[in-house]
Design a protein around this ligand. Structure first.
Ligand code: ADP
Length: 258
């Protein structure tokens, strides 16, 4: 008797959990759709008036600059600069909203190639910084190319960027194969992150440095996190101030996604 009623009790509990999960997943889908809609509005409705501001500021400068004093010209410069930054924010938001959308099919991707492509793309920056990016025998994994590339690019650019001036960046990329996931680590010898900010850095538009010290909008890690979650993984950081940071992330093996 007790056995049966306990089983029933578990079944009822399981049903309740399932229902809760289904509500949460609908809620997530709804908020994703809202974000998509926002991205659409941002791309069309906001970009157009912004283009108008920029182009009239250009005209003002071109046609009336001889009649304006230095202060007047400086105001135009501030307005143009503000419009430029706003454009970048809109483009970043669009990128963020698309970071959990499937754009390509699964394919077998050699990660050594992804990192080599990055090295090639940023060769000037890497040479200037005399940076060493160390990786060897990374695996080939079956997944989506676009988000995977984005993840590596976001994490590598930060590892190169957040290093004391005059210090040569040294970045090590390694992997561990686990039962259901691939786990990667990107270790740098940079400025490090205070543990109280470990969560904050993954939130959109949150930065620890001010604009003067380092350019950026505070969107890279938010995009990386969204892309990683799209691939069924997680991201976290371990760091020591002034010694360096290691960003860990997992990618769910594709058979698990099916
Ligand atoms: P951005 O680089 O544009 O500011 P991110 O979202 O990529 O935006 O990073 C958010 C913040 O996290 C950065 O402003 C920086 O303060 C911190 N951060 C990211 N990566 C590192 C790193 N490898 N070492 C130290 N700090 C980092």
């Amino acid at each position: 008797m007790t056995d049966v009623s306990e089983k029933k009790h578990h079944e009822v509990e399981l049903l309740a959990i399932n229902q809760k999960l289904s509500i949460q997943s609908k809620e997530l889908q709804r908020s994703n759709e809202e974000l998509e809609q926002f991205a659409f509005i941002a791309s069309h409705d906001l970009q157009e008036p912004l283009r108008m501001i920029s182009s009239f500021m250009d005209q003002l400068k071109r046609k009336y600059s001889d009649r304006l004093d230095e202060k007047g010209l400086q105001y135009i410069h501030f307005a143009t600069d503000g419009a430029k930054r706003m454009k970048q924010i809109i483009l970043d938001l669009l990128l963020y909203s698309r970071a959990n959308k499937q754009t390509d099919q699964n394919e077998l991707i050699n990660l050594n190639e992804i990192v080599s492509e990055y090295n090639q793309l940023r060769r000037k920056f890497i040479a200037e910084k005399k940076a060493a990016i160390i990786f060897d025998g990374l695996p080939s994994i079956e997944t989506h190319r676009a988000p995977l590339t984005q993840i590596f690019h976001c994490l590598l650019v930060n590892a190169l960027k957040y290093v004391e001036k005059n210090k040569q960046p040294r970045i090590e990329i390694s992997d561990i194969e686990k039962e259901n996931v691939w786990q990667f680590a990107i270790k740098d010898n940079g400025i490090g992150i205070d543990p109280q900010f470990y969560d904050k850095i993954f939130i959109i538009f949150q930065r620890l440095q001010n604009k003067k010290e380092n350019d950026g909008n505070g969107i890279g890690l938010a995009i990386a996190k969204r892309s990683i979650e799209f691939l069924g993984g997680e991201i976290w950081v371990e760091s020591e101030k002034d010694k360096g940071s290691t960003f860990y992330f997992t990618i769910l093996k594709i058979k698990q996604l099916k």
